[in-house]
Design a protein around this ligand. Structure first.
Ligand code: FAD
Ligand code: DLZ
Ligand code: SF4
Length: 522
């Protein structure tokens, strides 16, 4: 029986479950660029261009294998603009009685797929996405008690150890290689001037990418972000070449400088693999396999390979588990009752805070910022300033090329904003300017003075930090990991606390903190 195999834009893997039993002479692979998806939030131009170009190249690879691919381009006549209608038309057009899809990665699209299954009037299979190393069942059985109850909090570190055991990565005779599970204490070095940063290969847009870029410029010209220059790998072959480059040139330094930030260096030793893994061009296991092989061949130190593998089999799998465990309520979590509007400068980068300006401007150019910029600069600012988690989530989902709700939401809600009340993070990732100054060279070129604690010239992170602790004292006092710092807050003189509040009030009410009147730009 002829089967229509629907492949979504983040399912571009030849070994995806929807293609397991695919037969080139018999089946049709269906893919669609739809307006509803491209504008479900107003995605960064580079992100849309990347997804469409990778989709078109994936379709061509399948055609070369002999598949018939029914591919609906965004500007095709009669493109109905949403997945459901496009799929219904494709079922009709191809005369099939059966549709197979791998479960969508986001709840919104999974729920839509369940409606199609009800309404299309054909056999309809939604298969598990086994590109993840932990199944939903694995995660739930790890996360819940025998009676099925959910605990108050989950810690990634324990999940990660289970993952190390079940995958066998960096294990020897049932124990972690080197004797420790985690070498993070070696991975917090600030970057000395003398270290040279590896030069990332660039992938020139081919004719398919150029066509997509023109389409995106004309149809989504008013979305946030720069489309040029575009240098992402968009094919499986280029993605593999890029992975090889990362393992050889950047992974060796990945551990030591993982938390460092440097002006004008968006990537440092980070992999930029999230975009490729999340859309399916690379598998999480193949990235870890290569990293482990490089370690075993003596080319990469243990702290680097352990850190990298932990991000992938630990954090990445963990946040996916949390998303499915906690949705749909997670989307609205707001444990600290934060309600300030997202400031307009998140869309322009125009702020005197140099760290924020650098991180936002790099995001606008590259649809990328590395983890510490996301967590300890932008996320930290949103936490301290009490920005509404919904608005922060939308921003993060729009601006990064690796952003899909399943991974963006737990990182924003749980990690950056403590909006889940500590389900994911044992304490808020709140920091004053001293942390940013230690880990970066941003402060040297900033209009504010990171050493000053109060007054117009003082680094806003300094007073906002104490203001945050004071405003959320009731909640944070209960957190034993905050004991020491809440003790210091308690000892603060009334005059000093008033100064903190006055400085924060002046800053938070200032013109630059005004929200964007009409939501995201455009
Ligand atoms: P590297 O530093 O090279 O890390 C290697 C890989 O580990 C990444 O490619 C990624 O696959 C994985 N990884 C590392 N940290 C995480 C994490 N916390 N969660 C999930 N995977 C992780 N990641 C996304 O993929 N999409 C998002 O939308 C996203 N939003 C984020 C929002 C906030 C507020 C924060 C704090 C983090 C977010 N992250 C997100 C996680 C992380 O910042 C990115 O995965 C990482 O910066 C991607 O760059 P890289 O590939 O160079 O990562
Ligand atoms: C991100 C994205 C965009 C911008 N456009 C499309 C699209 O037109 N067609 C498509 O199949 N996928 C797209 N994607 C990726 C989807 O958002 C992603 O596959 C779903 O959200 C999965 O839940
Ligand atoms: Fe950021 Fe403060 Fe440093 Fe300026 S002084 S770069 S605002 S941390």
């Amino acid at each position: 029986e002829k089967v229509l195999r629907f492949v979504l834009g983040d399912q571009l893997s030849r070994d995806i479950s929807s293609l397991y039993e695919a037969q080139p002479g018999r089946d049709v692979v269906f893919m669609a660029e739809v307006m509803g998806e491209a504008t479900s939030v107003r995605h960064h131009k580079k992100k849309i261009a990347f997804v469409f170009s990778a989709m078109r190249h994936f379709a061509d690879d399948l055609r070369r294998e002999g598949f018939v691919v029914d591919y609906v381009q965004l500007d095709a006549d009669g493109n109905p603009g949403d997945f459901g209608s496009a799929l219904a038309a494709a079922v009709e057009r191809n005369g099939v009685g059966r549709v197979v899809i791998t479960e969508p990665s986001e709840l919104r699209v999974l729920e839509a797929a369940e409606t199609w299954r009800e309404e299309l009037g054909v056999d309809f299979d939604i298969l598990a996405d086994d590109r993840f190393l932990a199944s939903h069942e694995d995660f739930v059985s790890w996360a819940t008690t025998d009676s099925g109850a959910q605990p108050k909090s989950l810690r990634m570190e324990y999940f990660y150890r289970e993952m190390r055991r079940s995958t066998g990565y960096l294990m020897k005779d049932g124990a972690p290689v080197g004797g420790q599970w985690n070498y993070d204490q070696d991975n917090r070095k600030s970057l000395p001037e003398s270290v040279s940063i590896p030069v990332r290969p660039e992938f020139k847009p081919d004719s398919i990418t150029q066509e997509v870029m023109a389409l995106v410029s004309s149809r989504f010209g008013d979305h946030f972000g720069d489309i040029e220059p575009f240098d992402y790998p968009v094919t499986r072959t280029d993605a593999l070449a890029y992975l090889d480059w990362f393992i050889a040139d950047a992974l060796p330094g990945f551990g030591d400088w993982q938390d460092a930030m440097k002006q004008g260096e968006p990537l440092l030793f980070h992999s930029h693999l999230s975009t490729l893994i999340n859309c399916g061009l690379l598998g999480p296991s193949e990235c870890c396999d290569r990293a482990e092989t490089a370690y075993r061949e003596g080319e990469v130190p243990l702290n680097a390979v352990e850190g990298f593998i932990r991000q992938i089999i630990g954090w990445r799998e963990f946040v996916r588990g949390v998303y499915w465990l906690k949705m749909p309520d997670y989307a609205g979590a707001n444990a600290l009752a934060a309600k300030r509007a997202l400031p307009g400068f998140f869309w322009t980068g125009e702020t005197a805070m140099n760290c924020m300006s650098q991180a936002i401007c790099e995001t606008r150019s590259n649809a990328y910022a590395h983890h510490i910029q996301r967590l300890m600069v932008i996320g930290n600012f949103c936490l301290l300033a009490g920005i509404d988690p919904r608005q922060v989530q939308e921003w993060f989902l729009i601006v990064y090329s690796d952003a899909y709700e399943w991974v963006e939401m737990p990182n924003v809600v749980g990690m950056a904003l403590f909006a889940d009340g500590g389900f994911v993070a044992s304490k808020p990732y709140a920091a004053s300017g001293a942390y940013i100054n230690k880990m970066s060279d941003y402060c040297a070129s900033c209009a504010f003075d990171v050493k000053q604690k109060s007054g117009e010239k003082a680094c806003p992170f300094n007073y906002l930090y104490w203001n945050f602790l004071s405003e959320n004292e009731q909640v944070l006092r209960k957190n034993h990991r905050m004991g020491l710092i809440m003790g210091s807050l308690g000892k603060m003189s009334k005059d000093r606390l008033k100064e903190v509040r006055d400085d924060s009030g002046r800053f938070l009410e200032s013109q630059q903190m005004r929200g964007w009147d009409n939501g995201p730009p455009g």
